[in-house]
Design a protein around this ligand. Structure first.
Ligand code: UD1
Ligand code: CA
Length: 482
């Protein structure tokens, strides 16, 4: 039997997290693999399809509330104005929303490695054993800092003792409280009313609910999670990095099992929302962020950072930074290209070496191979932009657009001063500064004519190696008689 939907999931995200030493970013908003810590916990919670999703906010709450509205608008923020402990946090929720009947899950907001399937198991154990409360636990080599699980003879849980309040014997226990709980909502409410602040930290501990429930004759169970590795709660930036590495490993493993080649998992970072098709190939030193999508047969890397970018089938992207770009099938990007938002490259197009593009739509088969800036532009199909061209899109006040037609050949080192249109099939001469429209099929030459001042070097730079070289060349010419 699959467990039912919980009545509510409450995520605790009000704590200050002093050990993060974070002035700008609230603890639970620190990011790993493209999501905040609390975002990961909420995503796992959402997997259970709870009837209500509640987040307790307190420290730096304006930022946390704004973040929740953005990433998890269904989550109801409840304020805990003063952080008087995890038990106090849950009590504030029940005061704000009223008693909750049915199963209530409470989750620490600082455990990003939490997975939805682990919560399903917690819920299943809770219902199977008919517990008043079920605690998710882990057996760890170093239990320092965690609440220790005290088990009764029958295997049920009789207490959770916080590290600071534990005796030496209790500290030796290696089964610890992960900070994820399932409760009977009605019993939880009653028990929270009895929690005191009679402990070393002077806080209302949620963990004290265990003993209170036991003392009134209810059963508390423990669900041991044997698969959890890495920090259970992230309290400082060392643990944050550890958790990030583990989560990244998880993400990469999933993709590799699904048919993606990742040449060097150690130097590859992929956010949780990135999607890759089987037979994509990711080379070393690559980071894929946001909603990036890589199609089958595409090769990305080495050294690429792609954010919210779509890479089409069989495209090749090398040493590139791309943000909000659409790279079509069989396109070639880089080495050393920078594609900014609004860049769209059609099938078999090219953005080559030292090329920057922004808000540029490049048609199928068109190429910008070398050293160019293409901003606010539309380029048709089969056109070629010579080396070192600049789409001059900014007059210091406004951005303007240029349009290049199909099968156009823009010569090397051109300035296309926007707004300007270059008609289909037109050519422009190397070194041109194009300020006026070019009709279809025309050749535009927009540069001054060359003038050679004969003998200038020998007259004005007499005695230099250049003058000497010029003299030798002229001698040889006259000997040959030409
Ligand atoms: C808590 C548990 C401990 C467990 C550990 C797992 C208690 C008393 N202890 O300890 O048994 O082993 O988690 O990581 O619960 N929070 C609030 N309001 C508060 C205090 C905390 O919302 O007033 C939130 C924090 O933001 C955090 C979570 O609750 O997300 C846990 O709080 P924290 O102070 O980190 O608890 P620990 O000391 O780690
Ligand atoms: Ca913690």
């Amino acid at each position: 039997m699959s467990p039912s939907r919980p009545a509510a999931v409450i995520v605790l995200a009000a704590g200050e997290g002093t050990r993060m030493k974070s002035r700008k970013v609230p603890k639970v908003l620190h990011e790993l693999c493209g999501r905040s810590m609390v975002g990961h916990v909420l995503a796992a919670a959402r997997d259970l399809k709870p009837q209500r999703l509640i987040a307790v906010v307190g420290h730096d709450r304006d930022k946390v509330i704004a973040h929740l509205a953005e990433v998890e608008p269904d989550a109801l923020p409840v304020t805990q104005a003063e952080q008087n402990g995890t038990g106090h946090a849950v009590r504030m929720v029940l005061e704000a929303v009223g008693a909750i009947e049915g199963t209530v899950l409470v989750l620490n907001g600082d455990a990003p490695l939490l997975r939805g399937d682990v919560l399903h198991e917690l819920l299943a154990t809770h219902e199977r054993e008919g517990n008043a409360a079920t605690i998710l636990t882990a057996d760890v080599p170093d239990p320092t800092g965690y609440g220790r699980m005290i088990r009764a003879g029958d295997g049920s849980v009789s207490a959770i003792v916080e590290e600071k309040d534990a005796s030496a014997d209790e500290r030796a226990i290696t089964e610890i409280n992960i900070g994820m709980y399932a409760f009977d909502g009605g019993l939880l409410g009653a028990a929270l009313g009895k929690v005191t602040t009679d402990n070393v930290k002077g806080e209302e501990y949620l963990t004290d609910v265990v003993t209170i429930l036991r003392d009134s004759g209810h059963r508390v169970g423990g669900a041991l999670d044997r698969r959890w590795t890495g920090p259970l709660g992230v309290n400082d930036r060392v643990q944050l990095a550890e958790a990030r590495r583990l989560m990244n490993d998880r993400v990469l493993e999933t993709h590799m099992r699904a048919g993606v080649t990742i040449v060097d998992p150690g130097s590859t970072w992929i956010d949780v929302q990135v999607t890759l098709e089987a037979d994509a190939l990711i080379k070393p030193g690559t980071q894929l962020h946001g909603t990036t999508h890589i199609a089958a047969g595409a090769e990305v890397g080495p050294g690429c950072t792609l954010t919210d970018t779509a890479v089409g089938e069989d495209a090749v992207v090398v040493n590139a930074v791309c943000d909000g770009a659409e790279i079509g099938p069989e396109v070639s990007v880089g080495p050393y290209a920078y594609l900014r938002p609004g860049t769209k490259l059609g099938r078999k197009a090219k953005a080559g070496t030292y090329v920057e593009m922004k808000n540029a739509v490049v048609g199928a088969g068109s190429k910008v191979p070398h050293l160019s800036y293409v901003g606010d532009a539309e380029i048709g199909e089969g056109s070629n932009i010579g080396a070192a061209c600049v789409f001059v899109n900014y007059d210091g006040v406004e951005k303007r657009k240029s349009v290049v037609g199909d099968h156009v050949k823009v010569g090397s080192d051109n300035m296309l001063v926007a707004p300007v249109n270059i008609g289909d099939g037109a050519y422009t001469a190397a070194g041109s500064v194009i300020t006026n429209d070019v009709p279809p099929g025309a050749m535009a030459v927009a540069r001054s004519r060359q003038r050679n001042v004969e003998g200038w070097v020998e007259r004005r730079r007499a005695g230099t190696p250049s003058a000497e070289a010029a003299r030798r060349a002229q001698e040889q010419q006259s000997e040959r008689g030409d």
